[in-house]
Write a protein that binds this ligand. Structure first.
Ligand SMILES: Nc1ncnc2c1ncn2[C@@H]1O[C@H](COP(=O)(O)OP(=O)(O)OP(=O)(O)O)[C@@H](O)[C@H]1O
Ligand SMILES: CC(=O)N[C@H]1[C@@H]2OC[C@@H](O2)[C@@H](O)[C@@H]1O[C@H](C)C(=O)O
Length: 374
């Protein structure tokens, strides 16, 4: 199948789109990719929605307006990739893998009552996307897993496994988005995956609050500061780090802990350096849960462009830490490419989540497909 994978991640900076040829088990040609950044107003409104999500009604006009604007950007990204594909002599895609925008993620956690239910919410109008693009649309990838008691995230590991089939293992693929997630792949086909902790999310919020910037470009702020040992020490005691996988996070899950630890009292530079150091500490804590140490870490996501983060990781981990580009991958488009693979799996009814990735009770298909082209 020819599929356009779409990902709008927790950083809220824009939508990534990628043309992929895949049957969901193997990956063929990797075609053009585009990123359409969100305008500042949409970015600000989505950030507000994260705060409002626990109490907002699904019919709230502000929510519906954000959903429509978000979907419109996705449609524009699909059409742009179709044009680029045509220019490259590639056939049109027939299916879109539409993740949507997570505004709330609250899976089951240890200590939840026996009748508690997990909860995950991605906004995006699949019907409108199908109408605007003429493509069939695979969407709603997480809810079946959460309903079955899984974490609903991360879902990309089975796609990482397909992409990494020829790479030496054990291997760790680390995504540094708003939240960081890792996929460990063993030489014998074993897999383990979970969210390690916060990455750029709190750092972006910090850059905004302290200097009015969207993010700490090239890690300049963090590189000019010193991690605060006392704040870091308090953060390292967070129970999430010791919690055994499967486990996953909401974009805002560490906000309270960061405030309680006193991170907000630091200078802009030291605050950024502390957040970067904490991201690396969380990744090191994650590695203690792996069945075996990886031979190397391949890093994807915007955080690989932050030299402070890459340095902190190299200083904290014993193994080689390099951007995924060393393996010939595209670290900006990887999640979108993975959602193309997941869309193919959804269309074929193949499992997208597993006991060792989300804690699903068994390998589980997920997602729905809209549209009559398939
Ligand atoms: N040059 C750069 N220097 C520092 N940080 C950068 C740079 N480029 C991108 N980033 C960071 O990467 C973030 C975007 O990363 P990415 O697009 O991987 O996140 P996401 O996909 O939205 O999140 P998630 O993977 O959690 O869903 C930006 O918000 C910024 O913090
Ligand atoms: C609920 C949700 O949207 N989670 C995202 C988020 O962003 C990074 C991390 O947290 C990861 O678990 C997940 O995304 C990736 C793409 C996944 O599901 O595999």
């Amino acid at each position: 199948m020819r599929i356009i994978g779409l990902m709008s991640g927790t950083s809220l900076d824009g939508v990534d789109a990628a043309w992929v040829e895949t049957d969901g088990e193997r990956v063929g040609l990797l075609g053009p990719t585009v990123t359409l950044p969100y305008d500042p107003a949409l970015r600000r409104d989505l950030r507000r929605l994260l705060e409002m999500a626990p109490t907002i009604s699904p019919e709230d006009p502000f929510l519906l307006d954000c959903t429509a604007r978000l979907t419109e950007r996705h449609a524009a990204a699909v059409l742009r990739v179709q044009q680029e594909a045509a220019r490259a002599g590639l056939p049109e895609a027939e299916l879109a893998g539409f993740h949507g925008q997570t505004i709330l993620h609250r899976p089951l956690r240890p200590g939840d009552s026996r009748n508690a239910r997990g909860h995950t919410w991605q906004i995006g109008d699949a019907r409108a996307l199908a109408r605007a693009t003429g493509l069939s649309v695979a969407f709603d990838f997480r809810s079946a897993d959460v309903a079955a008691g899984g974490q609903g995230a991360p879902l990309v590991p089975i796609a990482h496994a397909a992409l990494a089939h020829a790479l030496p293992k054990p291997l760790a693929v680390l995504n540094l988005g708003g939240v960081a997630n890792v996929t460990w792949l063993g030489a014998d086909g074993r897999m383990q995956a979970f969210d390690t902790g916060p990455a750029n999310g709190p750092l972006d919020d910090w850059a905004k609050r302290s200097l009015g910037r969207d993010y700490d470009k090239d890690g300049n702020l963090a590189l000019a500061g010193q991690a605060d040992g006392a704040v870091l020490g308090r953060l390292m005691a967070h129970p999430y780090l010791a919690l055994s996988p499967p486990k996953s996070l909401d974009r805002l899950d560490f906000d309270r802990a960061l405030r309680d630890a006193g991170a907000h009292l630091l200078s802009p530079q030291d605050g950024a350096a502390t957040l970067v150091a904490f991201c690396a500490v969380c990744v090191a804590a994650a590695a203690r849960h792996f069945p075996e140490p990886p031979m190397q870490w391949l890093v994807a996501g915007g955080g690989r462009r932050n030299p402070a983060m890459m340095r902190a990781l190299s200083a904290t981990l014993s193994e080689l830490v390099r951007p995924v580009e060393v393996a010939g991958w595209n670290g900006d488009a990887l999640e979108a490419q993975c959602f193309a693979v997941l869309a193919a799996r959804t269309a074929r009814g193949l499992p997208i989540s597993f006991p060792e990735t989300t804690g699903a009770p068994r390998p589980m298909p997920g997602g729905q497909v809209l549209g009559g082209l398939l």
